[in-house]
Design a protein around this ligand. Structure first.
Ligand code: NAI
Ligand code: MG
Length: 498
């Protein structure tokens, strides 16, 4: 079992001083206080990062404001913004293994998966959004004003950068979430204050170094590390922001939304989920079971779209769930840096307690455990991949977001029932349907209340496909062309040329 990075650059970064990026310079926190950064695979302290307070946040917002209002950045041609974003993508790719090792150490996830997925998608996000920098456009209107004698009006719209963006991101995909916020904001010409999660601040700081080297002007990207209730809350309520972009839990999203509304700060919120997985009776049992297992156990279940509720048709329920349980039992727990690891630790002791608490609650409420059911071995924050059956919609494990490797399984007999069950949740982020029955699939898709419906796959994302939630899963869409709308304002112009 290995829990050591292989690259000297990773070791040097972890051992080096950690400061916050404000106005193109690296700073300690105003108070000099720091936060311990833990390795969830063994609970050891990796390093410390600054613990920002309101003063630090204010400095960062002011720097972003100056960079937006009066700088090389606001005068920069879209082609030059495009070039910078493309360079950033190349720089991320050139450091792919280092980023993967940092994510494995800080978050616990598999370095191999992080390199193939988190880091690759982060680089591609910068590259995809780079293309949009030169393609932001409004429309023209032949205005016909009824009460005007002349008909000599020309109308058009401009899409203008919204301004200074505050971005608050979670710990489950630290680098990727930083990319999802930074890339579209920068493509649109905004400036950003990014606050990574206190549990996983490292990849954002390393990204800040790369973006500085890439040549973004001072103050365009600021990265401030701190706790949510202090630094995060100070950022969300800062009157100097034009927009706040958040990914995380629904309760925190609501708090941020309330704070933002007081200043009419624009907001986009990507929040929690309890995404249903629907298995129809015509499936290939092994393929469906593998899909169901991946939908929940990927990233140790710490995925906003995790397929955490499975509804399997009565005809195939026992066979599918038996197979899912055997996959769960066979998964190898270990540190993310061990190439043989299939499921890493949870991010923190707090998350471990939370998830174990849900497993207990489910068992107390009458659920039967057919795989896992408790903590994994060792000092790390490991939870065994767990499958609960005999569950129903009165139970907390079925209703609430657990955010760990815990699947609840239910039976159904007809499409009307499964639609009702799938939609019986305050969330609406994702859903998947497993079947080759085109008629049934197309009947289900419009009836499922979710921002994304996958068919014969789950949690797959593409930079060109918009992503976001219905209901209490959020506000707005990230990725795709839709992301640009989140970082631009529409200005209407009417010209009398009589
Ligand atoms: P959280 O939503 O509170 O934290 C996410 C980010 O928000 C972090 O950067 C944090 O510092 C910041 N934050 C926290 N409180 C804030 C506040 N009052 N104002 C401004 N920023 C604030 O999530 P947490 O507490 O780390 O995890 C708890 C649960 O949230 C998890 O068990 C999971 O159910 C859910 N969660 C869901 C995510 C998703 O993508 N759907 C991501 C992370 C957590
Ligand atoms: Mg950590």
């Amino acid at each position: 079992m290995t829990n050591q990075p292989t690259l000297p650059t990773t070791r040097a970064f972890i051992a080096g001083p950690k400061r916050m990026l404000i106005n193109g310079e690296w700073h300690d926190s105003a108070t000099g206080e720091t936060i311990e950064v833990l390795n969830p695979a063994d609970g050891s302290v990796l390093c410390r990062v600054p613990n920002a307070n309101e003063t630090d946040i204010d400095r960062a917002v002011q720097a972003a404001r100056r960079a937006f209002d009066d700088s090389a950045w606001s005068r920069m041609k879209p082609t030059d913004r495009e070039r910078l974003l493309l360079r950033a993508a190349d720089a991320i790719e050139a450091s792919a293994r280092e980023f993967a090792e940092i994510e494995a150490l800080d978050n616990g996830k598999s370095a191999a998966v992080a390199e193939a997925l988190d880091v690759t998608m982060a680089a591609q996000c910068f590259r995809y959004m780079a293309g949009w920098a030169t393609k932001i456009e409004g429309s023209t209107v032949d205005a016909a004003i009824p009460y005007s004698p002349s008909n000599a009006y020309f109308g058009y719209t401009r899409k203008e950068a919204v301004g200074v963006v505050g971005a608050i991101i979670p710990w489950n995909f630290p680098l990727l979430m930083a990319a999802w916020k930074l890339a579209p904001a920068l493509a649109a010409g905004c400036t950003v204050v990014l606050k990574p999660a206190e549990d996983t601040p490292l990849s954002a700081l390393r990204l800040g170094e790369l973006l500085q080297e890439t040549g973004f002007p001072a103050g365009v990207v600021n990265i401030v590390t701190g706790y949510g209730r202090t630094a995060g809350a100070a950022l969300a309520k800062h009157p100097g922001l034009d927009k706040i972009a958040f990914t995380g839990s629904t309760p925190t999203g609501k708090a941020i939304g309330h704070a933002a509304l007081d200043n009419m700060t624009r907001m986009s919120l990507e929040l929690g989920g309890k995404s249903p997985v629907i298995v129809l009776p015509d499936v290939d049992i092994d393929k469906a079971a593998e899909g169901v297992a991946n939908a929940i156990f990927f990233n140790s279940g710490q995925v906003c779209t995790a397929g955490s509720r499975v509804y399997v048709h009565d005809k195939v329920f026992d066979r599918v769930m038996e197979r899912v349980a055997s996959i769960a039992d066979s998964m190898k727990l270990g540190p993310g840096l061990d190439p043989s690891t299939q499921i890493g630790p949870l991010v923190s002791a707090r998350q471990l307690d939370r998830v174990l608490g849900y497993i207990d609650a489910g068992q107390t409420e009458g659920a039967r455990t057919i795989a896992g059911g408790g903590r994994g071995e060792g000092a790390g924050f490991f939870v065994k991949p767990t499958v609960l059956v005999d569950t129903d919609h009165s139970m907390r494990v079925v209703r609430e977001e657990i955010f760990g490797p815990v699947l609840v399984a239910m039976r159904f007999n007809d499409l009307d029932t499964v639609v009702k069950q799938a939609n019986d949740t305050p969330y609406g982020l994702g859903a998947s349907i497993w079947s080759n029955d085109l008629s049934a699939i197309h009947k289900l898709i419009p009836r499922i209340k979710a921002g994304t419906v996958w068919v014969n796959c789950h949690s797959l994302l593409d930079n060109a496909v918009p992503f976001g939630g219905f209901k209490q899963s959020g506000f707005g869409r990230e990725l795709g062309r839709a992301a640009l709308d989140m970082y631009t304002e529409t200005k209407s112009v009417l010209i009398n040329h009589a």
